[in-house]
Design a protein around this ligand. Structure first.
Ligand code: A3P
Length: 306
């Protein structure tokens, strides 16, 4: 039998799909199917040549994935349209009703070196990644824009819990109650380990400000070397506009029973500072006071505008 495409598998599973509740694993709320598959996920053992791209949801994962794939393929756009993002770079922990392949199933069909995506906070990343000294790229985004992006994503992703009203959503974010837990713990966790574990820690805002510089940093971290022309081409191919129109990178390959673009498109705005259009002055004050408390112990240089 012909193998189903990712989209076809989702369509086949339609009767088992709904907004999944969250279930905690070691104190971190995860989507229920992920929590139920936790033993297999945490015992996954990567190859030392595998690369992990880790992010809090909506921090610029897909953007980073596309840059890395293009760097690994010397800027060959066609090669990077071989399959949708989720098939090219399996999402380690994602688990869904059959016949939708889990991240682990997709990984088992691929030979290393693989590029693996995760949203797990550092303490939940399978031990094998550290034992095998895998390279890890972490992309972080300022809390307010990250929160706005997550809010719109939770509206359109019909497998995530209902976001509810905006004001309440801000509180859920501050309290670490969204899927994959606390943004604050997430960004601080990888920051604290970055030297010891050789993690390349990047910022969404730096990428927007000077994508060429950041693409070059990724290239160097991966011990790759591409010509200046190709570097320029990769910057163009990973601009918001080009990615928004790339069906293999814009998540339109997920049927609308799961990602409903009529509610909000996956490639929504891709900006720094969109939070100003969402937060009232009172919400900003409350959020900033809480932020200062939660981030007191660290000095991560986040920027909320550029
Ligand atoms: P917005 O909702 O603010 O538009 P992730 O891939 O981690 O789910 O993150 C998605 C966010 O990154 C969305 O943010 C999306 O628009 C943005 N994004 C994706 N590709 C981008 C690009 N090439 N340039 C700028 N932003 C991008």
């Amino acid at each position: 039998m012909e193998e189903l495409t990712f989209g076809e598998a989702i369509t086949k599973a339609r009767d088992s799909l709904h907004r999944f509740p969250l279930k905690k694993v070691r104190g971190v709320p995860l989507l229920e199917p992920v929590a139920q598959n936790w033993e297999s996920i945490s015992s996954f053992c990567p190859d030392p040549s595998d690369l992990l791209i880790a992010t809090y949801p909506k921090a610029g994962t897909t953007w980073t994935q596309e840059i890395v794939d293009l760097l690994l393929h010397n800027g060959d756009a066609e090669a990077c349209r071989r399959a949708p993002t989720i098939v090219r770079n399996p999402f380690l922990e994602i688990t869904a009703p059959p016949p939708i392949p889990s991240g682990l199933e997709l990984l088992s069909r691929m030979k290393p070196p693989r590029v693996i995506k995760t949203h797990l906070p550092i303490q939940l990343v399978p031990e094998g990644f550290w034992k095998n000294k895998c390279k890890v790229i972490y992309m972080a985004r300022n809390a307010k824009d990250n929160l706005v992006s997550y809010y719109h994503f939770d509206r359109m992703n019909l497998s995530h819990p209902e976001p509810g009203p905006w004001d309440g959503y801000i509180h859920k974010f501050m309290n670490g109650e969204l899927a994959w837990g606390s943004w604050y713990d997430h960004v601080k966790g990888y920051w604290a380990e970055k030297e010891k574990s050789n993690i390349l820690y990047l910022f969404f805002e730096d990428m927007k400000e000077n994508p060429r510089r950041e693409v070059e940093r990724i290239m160097q971290y991966l011990d790759l070397s591409v010509s200046d022309d190709i570097l320029e081409r990769i910057v163009d191919l990973t601009s918001f506009e080009v990615m928004k129109n790339n069906p293999m990178a814009n998540y339109t390959f997920i049927p609308k029973i799961v990602f409903d673009p009529s509610i909000s498109p996956f490639m929504r705005k891709g900006e720094v500072g969109d939070w100003v259009h969402h937060f009232t002055p009172e919400q900003t004050k409350l959020f900033d006071e809480d932020y200062a408390r939660q981030m007191r112990s660290t000095n991560i240089p986040f920027r909320t505008n550029i």
